[in-house]
Design a protein around this ligand. Structure first.
Ligand code: FAD
Length: 317
């Protein structure tokens, strides 16, 4: 019996969410009196996984898995779960994980819950809290199947160091033609900028910026902080910014550590998509703007004065 955690990597390096997922799996393992097995696919160096609580690392090395393929990856995870007799499989809630999780669930005849925010409140029945309706509510759900699959929400649990001595083992899953009914032959990044999904910090701006010509200071602030840029819906509707930057209920969800909203009123549809962010900072010249009620820190002021000063100060560090 064990807890299996799939550790996402890109170009051989683990993503931060992989460390978070191992930390979370260790929390479940401690609750259930078992240990964590981490599954790593084509990762360069898996030694770091022991730091977060993995006792064993299954290393898969297979060129056919260089590009993510939901069917093949789901099959690999299911085979590892069977080999390890996993009671719980921990995935993340990344786009790739959400794509393949139902396939893993079918293969293992397991119940699956995405967007999980906390450790299970009890192991029997196995009850997990997860966000629903684009983070507007939480649901507590029991998973009643023998094998349980949880998709951990980004930034929901945090990274917890839990030094464990991990053994490594090569794992060679059997891959068939069925696993490659579709095959990604290449992936070309549209931009080298930090993406909203991966960003620790998101700098977002709204109609208060008056026009697309004023985004230079937003880009500069984002660059200074190593942040992704985002915008409110009307801004992308008017073509001031690309649709890929639209965040909110009908746009991309944001679960960053820091979300800076500049000249955005804080409409319910905007907040619905960004309220999973840990710390929210609002810059708005209207002290009555609804966003201030949802903010951790607020600056009442003109963005055209505040943002350049902020950039200047940040550049001193
Ligand atoms: P505004 O509401 O115009 O607010 C601009 C803000 O800028 C104001 O608070 C103003 O005080 C401030 N401001 C003005 N000048 C300055 C200055 N110089 N310095 C600082 N602050 C200044 N919206 C989304 O964002 N995402 C969504 O996913 C989304 N989905 C929607 C779905 C539906 C079904 C509907 C009906 C609406 C949706 N909307 C969404 C739209 C949403 O209701 C709001 O209309 C929108 O979020 C407002 O955008 P905004 O805050 O940029 O603009």
């Amino acid at each position: 019996m064990s807890i299996l955690v799939y550790t996402e990597s890109e170009n051989g390096s683990f993503k931060k969410i992989a460390h978070e997922a191992v930390s979370y799996a260790k929390g479940i393992a401690d609750m259930m009196g078992t240990s964590v097995t981490a599954l790593a696919v084509n990762a360069n160096d898996t030694s770091e996984l022991g730091k977060f609580g993995a006792s064993k690392v299954l290393e898969v090395s297979n060129d056919k898995l260089n590009n993510f393929n939901a069917e093949a990856y789901a099959d690999v995870i299911a085979q590892a779960a069977k080999q390890e007799d996993a009671q719980v499989v921990v995935l993340t809630s990344s786009a790739n994980s959400k794509f393949m999780a139902p396939l893993v669930a079918v293969n293992l005849e397991a119940g699956y819950v995405p967007n999980v925010t906390e450790l299970p409140s009890s192991s029997s029945p196995f009850t997990v809290k997860h966000s629903v309706f684009t983070n507007k509510a939480f649901s507590n759900t029991e998973i009643n199947t023998n094998v349980k699959i949880v998709g951990l929400g980004k930034n929901a649990f945090g990274i917890k160091e839990n030094e464990t001595s991990a053994t490594t083992e090569a794992f060679s899953p059997t891959l068939s033609e069925d696993d490659f009914s579709t095959e990604v032959v290449s992936v070309d990044k549209a931009t080298d900028k930090v993406t909203i999904a991966d960003a620790e910090i998101v700098v977002s701006a709204g109609r208060g910026l008056k026009g697309p010509e004023n985004w230079g200071m937003i880009e500069e602030l984002a660059e200074t902080l190593g942040a992704a840029t985002a915008c409110s819906k009307p801004v992308s509707d008017m073509g001031w910014r690309p649709h890929s930057e639209h965040v909110g209920q009908t746009g991309k969800p944001v679960a960053s550590n820091l979300y800076i909203a500049i000249g955005i009123s804080g409409a319910i549809q905007h907040l619905a998509g960004i309220n999973a962010s840990k710390t929210k900072v609002v810059i708005n010249n209207d002290p009555e703007a609804p966003f201030f009620k949802a903010a951790d820190y607020g600056i009442v002021g003109d963005a055209f004065e505040v943002v350049p000063q902020l950039v200047e100060k940040l550049k001193e560090f």
